[in-house]
Write a protein that binds this ligand. Structure first.
Ligand code: FEO
Length: 171
């Protein structure tokens, strides 16, 4: 059973994960419109991963006998002037998510909610990988600069990313 404050915080964050999915869906179509099919693919996979994150929160809240509730969504950004901007915005957003997960964990510790602490462990690890991926691409884009050939090569590299559902979400 979740305390009132843990429930409210988990449900709020569940909606933030859904917002992340919407944001990356917009980024995918924006990249597609600019002709970067590989970048569009990368963000499409990112969208699918966020839906997994959202579903993990949804299932966890419900499994604890509480009711997961989807809220009205803030409109995500849909215009990104450069390739670098796509990934700088992504890193900024993921750093915000990391902060949210850390705050959720601190609340679960304060409330002595061990089950929620264990549930959040997966997300703590996931956020390390998320930020690392973004930083790596940003580094490459800074090296590439305005070089069109370099951008096309990176686009090709990002086209091979595939969505792999985490085993833990099979339940
Ligand atoms: Fe669900 Fe990208 O954090």
């Amino acid at each position: 059973m979740l305390s009132k404050s843990v429930y409210a915080a988990l449900n709020k964050h569940m909606n933030t994960e859904l917002f992340s999915a919407y944001l990356y869906l917009n980024m995918s179509s924006a990249a597609n419109e600019m002709g970067f099919k590989g970048v569009a693919n990368w963000f499409s996979v990112q969208y699918q991963e966020e839906m997994v994150h959202f579903t993990k929160f949804y299932n966890y809240i419900n499994s604890q006998g509480s009711q997961a509730v989807v809220d009205k969504m803030t409109k995500p950004a849909s215009s990104f002037p450069t390739l670098l901007n796509f990934f700088e915005e992504t890193l900024k957003h993921e750093q915000f998510i990391t902060k949210c997960i850390n705050e959720l964990t601190e609340l679960a510790v304060m409330e002595k909610d061990h089950a929620t602490q264990i549930f959040l462990q997966w997300f703590i690890t996931e956020q390390i990988e998320e930020e690392e991926n973004d930083r790596e691409i940003i580094g490459k884009l800074k090296m590439i600069g305005d070089n069109g050939y370099g951008q096309l090569m990176l686009d090709k590299e990002l086209s091979v990313r595939v969505f792999v559902p985490p085993a833990a979400t099979a339940a």
